[in-house]
Ligand binder design. Structure first.
Ligand SMILES: *[C@@H]1O[C@H](CO)[C@@H](O)[C@H](O)[C@H]1NC(C)=O
Ligand SMILES: *[C@@H]1O[C@H](CO)[C@@H](O)[C@H](O)[C@H]1NC(C)=O
Ligand SMILES: *[C@@H]1O[C@H](CO)[C@@H](O)[C@H](O)[C@H]1NC(C)=O
Length: 398
């Protein structure tokens, strides 16, 4: 009797367990399936239909909002162009009253910062953002500015603002507008960059936008940009970075990147580069500037908004395998020779800069044996799943 009872109990237990397990599998599978379906839909949209013509008709600010010749200005008032709290109109030269003289700027680099990220800014000034290092060692002129809004916490705002003014007094490289610096205002920050560039640094050959936890291998980047300018097509119609193709909007409500249907009803975004770091040529920057004047900027995911602006202006992004979309570059000399950006550096920026720009480091990849060894290591580092987030396996073979 007792045995029997135990057997029944055991049976039920097993039954219950299997049912539970089955349910779990279905649930996991369901989410996977849903995820895959979203991507399949997005890919079909992007590659079969491949028409984003609806963007300009749907997102263009309608003529009812325009009023005569001041149309763009009035629209701007509604979507961006907050007053500057800290500004450096003469950062790129152009100061003279009669006939402006601009510096010969190769690259204007915007670092997307926030009021409290003092440490990150200092680290960047000390490492890859050192303008005088670039001028003396690489022989070109770059301008690095930090773009930010105001602190979201009203209680801490005035103290924070005083500290920012002091910091700017010492370094003269902050650009601040009067909007609250939050994730949902990133598109406002993007618009600030293109408007500032248009107004105060219009002759820079290239524009770059980067997060403040991104590492940029400045010597490699400068070399690459110089190659582009001396190539046949020159520094025109270029938008380069880590490209997201056929990304579907995130509809999962708890995600940071959630976008509701009424903001973007279509199953796929136009191609765009990861906001962590990308470069555009001067003429593309001008086109994006003009797009921001015409478009509804409610979509708060800044890199997607950039993709929409570019799509409307007929520009598509180009992939560069050594621009990181998310992850950190593997820490090895075989990578240092090629890398452009690497993402997620909070504390190791100094050591990474030291290692990546040390002239003795790249020597280990020189010569026949060195080259062979480094090629092998690169394949090991990039093609094993461990580092798949940073550079694609393809990067090992370029
Ligand atoms: C920037 O680079 C210059 C020239 O290499 C160097 O003298 C200076 O100390 C550097 N500044 C910082 C803050 O590291
Ligand atoms: C963006 O900044 C504006 C201006 O300060 C503010 O009114 C708005 O609430 C901010 N938006 C978000 C989502 O933080
Ligand atoms: C922009 O789009 C949002 C959301 O679709 C809408 O609420 C808003 O009125 C639009 N703004 C303009 C200026 O068209």
């Amino acid at each position: 009797m007792f045995m029997n009872f135990r057997r029944i109990h055991k049976c039920q237990c097993v039954q219950l367990l299997t049912t539970g397990l089955l349910l779990c599998v279905v649930m996991v599978w369901w989410e996977e399936l849903d995820h895959h379906m979203t991507h399949v839909k997005s890919f079909m949209y992007r590659y079969l239909i491949n028409s984003f013509v609806f963007l300009s008709s749907s997102l263009m600010i309608t003529s009812s909002h325009h009023h005569g010749k001041d149309a763009s200005n009035s629209v701007n008032g509604a979507i961006g162009n907050y007053p500057y709290l800290i500004n450096h109109p003469n950062k790129c030269g152009g100061g003279g009253e009669d006939g402006e003289t601009w510096d010969d700027v190769l690259l204007l680099l915007f670092v997307k910062s926030s009021p409290e990220n003092v440490k990150q800014r200092q680290t960047i000034r000390d490492t890859w953002g050192n303008e005088s290092f670039v001028r003396s060692k690489l022989g070109v002129s770059i301008k690095v500015v930090f773009v930010l809004g105001i602190h979201p916490d009203v209680m801490r705002r005035s103290r924070m603002q005083a500290a920012l003014l002091q910091e700017d007094h010492a370094y003269g490289d902050l650009i601040q507008q009067d909007f609250v610096d939050t994730f949902y205002n990133l598109t406002t920050k993007l618009i600030l960059q293109f408007h500032w560039g248009h107004e105060y640094c219009p002759l820079a050959q290239f524009f770059m936008s980067a997060d403040d936890d991104v590492f940029i291998h400045m010597p490699n980047l400068v070399r690459y940009l110089q190659q582009v300018t001396s190539s046949q097509s020159g520094a025109k119609d270029m938008w380069v970075g880590h490209v997201h193709r056929a990304s579907p909007p995130v509809r999962y409500k708890k995600s940071k990147y959630h976008v509701p249907y009424d903001l973007y009803p279509w199953p796929s975004y136009p191609d765009y580069t990861a906001g962590a770091g990308y470069v555009v040529s001067g003429n593309v920057a001008a086109k994006i500037y003009h797009a921001t004047l015409m478009l509804n900027s409610s979509l708060y995911i800044d890199d997607v908004f950039m993709g929409i602006c570019a799509n409307i202006m007929g520009i598509s992004p180009q992939e560069h395998v050594y621009f990181s979309g998310g992850g950190k570059a593997p820490y090895h000399p075989s990578i240092f020779d090629y890398m452009i950006t690497s993402h997620g550096h909070a504390t190791d920026m100094h050591s990474f800069w030291q290692a990546a720009t040390d002239p003795t480091v790249s020597r280990s990849c020189k010569g026949y044996m060195g080259n062979l060894y480094c090629s092998f290591v690169r394949v090991m580092l990039l093609c094993l799943p461990r580092f798949q987030n940073t550079y694609s396996c393809m990067a090992a073979f370029t």
